[in-house]
Design a protein around this ligand. Structure first.
Ligand code: MG
Length: 373
């Protein structure tokens, strides 16, 4: 029996994790459930799964038999694995709390590594805690490395669907709406990451994540467009061989594998290659989607700069979703913030939280005007 503390139980990854636990009730149990604001859905999940503890950042009365957690640390007391599926910068504090509790982390929250990579990897090393990737690309790499972190490789190649706007001209990109951005061609995900997939900011984030997870220099990590989303990523070795992991786009596979690896349990249909027919690979359109290069610049600068990138990006995407700014203005907002901040070495979560707040305030002023910030 694997005891799981699920953080972000009402999001896209959280719901799919609940499906896995429903399917294998004799293998998995939720010992804690936490979410941001969806108190009603959390209460329903508590009724169904009877975790020992629950936490909601909004007002919430847990059902009988479930204790309200008062601190993040309490959530991780009884678990074997902490599945961190909360969205945004907020996820980082849960990841750090799970590591401090000495628990294995199945990591679906990108910001934990994008913003807090240095803190997270240092803390994990000190506590002897394993970080297992849930993101499909990083799970693919983990599989191609036969789950060995010490395996040597030449290059990591992350695949990208290219998002819904791959074939749009720069002129057309100025007129796309939130609704257009939310219809992703291959993956069903939450709103923020779906927009990040449309701007390709998400692929920049994933390169930063790969750097931390696999201790790879940026020069050894590439991205390629693969519109079918069947090949989830590749690893290239010294002899010219490359290994890829294939499957239909279905996040339940990497979520489940993060909980069971190296064991595999039935999860999704196997790919029917003849029915799929063609696998296409295209050069990465970095020029048309500047968010990607901005992410790499911030990643290469390191220190607090990826936190500035992310804070500004969260504000910009929110404004785009509300119809307040155009699609290209997402990149403008991020660029403005990166230019306005100078890099600092990272020494604490509090420092990153403060940088995050300042980056958001700066981005809000850029987007909505000085008066409303
Ligand atoms: Mg991904």
């Amino acid at each position: 029996m694997t005891n799981i503390a699920l953080i972000g139980c009402t999001g896209s990854i959280g719901r799919q994790a609940a499906d896995i636990v429903r399917r294998y009730p004799d293998r998995f149990r939720f010992t804690a459930l936490a979410c941001g604001t969806q108190a009603g859905e959390l209460a329903a999940l508590c009724e169904e799964f009877s975790p020992r503890r629950a936490l909601c950042e909004a007002p919430f009365t847990p059902p009988q038999g479930v204790r309200r957690a008062h601190t993040k640390e309490e959530l991780f007391e009884d678990c074997d694995v902490a599945l961190i599926a909360a969205g945004g910068f907020a996820g980082l504090s849960y990841t750090l709390a799970a590591i401090a509790a000495g628990k294995r982390v199945a990591l679906a929250n990108k910001e934990s590594l994008v913003c807090g990579g240095e803190l997270v990897m240092r803390a994990a090393k000190e506590r002897g805690v394993e970080i297992v990737p849930v993101d499909s690309e990083h799970s693919a790499i983990f599989q191609c490395l036969a789950f060995r972190r010490d395996a040597s490789f030449r290059k990591l190649i992350l695949t990208a669907s290219g998002g819904p706007f791959l074939h749009k001209t720069e002129e057309e990109l100025r007129r796309v709406t939130a609704r257009d951005a939310l219809s992703h061609p291959t993956w069903k995900m939450g709103a923020k990451i779906t927009v990040d997939s449309a701007t390709l900011l998400n692929k920049g984030y994933e390169i930063i994540e790969a750097k931390w997870l696999y201790d790879a220099p940026f020069e050894a990590i590439e991205a390629v467009v693969h519109p079918e989303s069947i090949v989830h990523s590749l690893v290239c070795f010294a002899d010219g061989a490359a290994l890829a992991q294939l499957g239909y786009p279905d996040m339940r596979v990497p979520i489940q594998l993060a909980l069971t690896y190296p064991e595999r349990l039935p999860c999704a249909p196997q790919p029917d290659l003849a029915a799929i027919g063609t696998l296409t690979f295209l050069p990465f359109p970095a020029k048309k989607f500047p968010c990607f290069s901005l992410a790499l610049e911030a990643g290469a600068a390191g220190g607090t700069m990826p936190t500035v990138l992310n804070g500004a990006g969260e504000v910009a995407v929110d404004a785009f979703l509300k119809g307040r700014i155009s699609f290209p203005a997402i990149a403008d907002t991020i660029r403005d913030a990166l230019n306005a901040f100078s890099r600092e070495d990272v020494y604490s979560f509090a420092q990153l939280a403060e940088t995050d707040a300042r980056a958001r305030a700066h981005a809000r002023a850029f987007v909505y005007g000085k008066s409303s910030s």
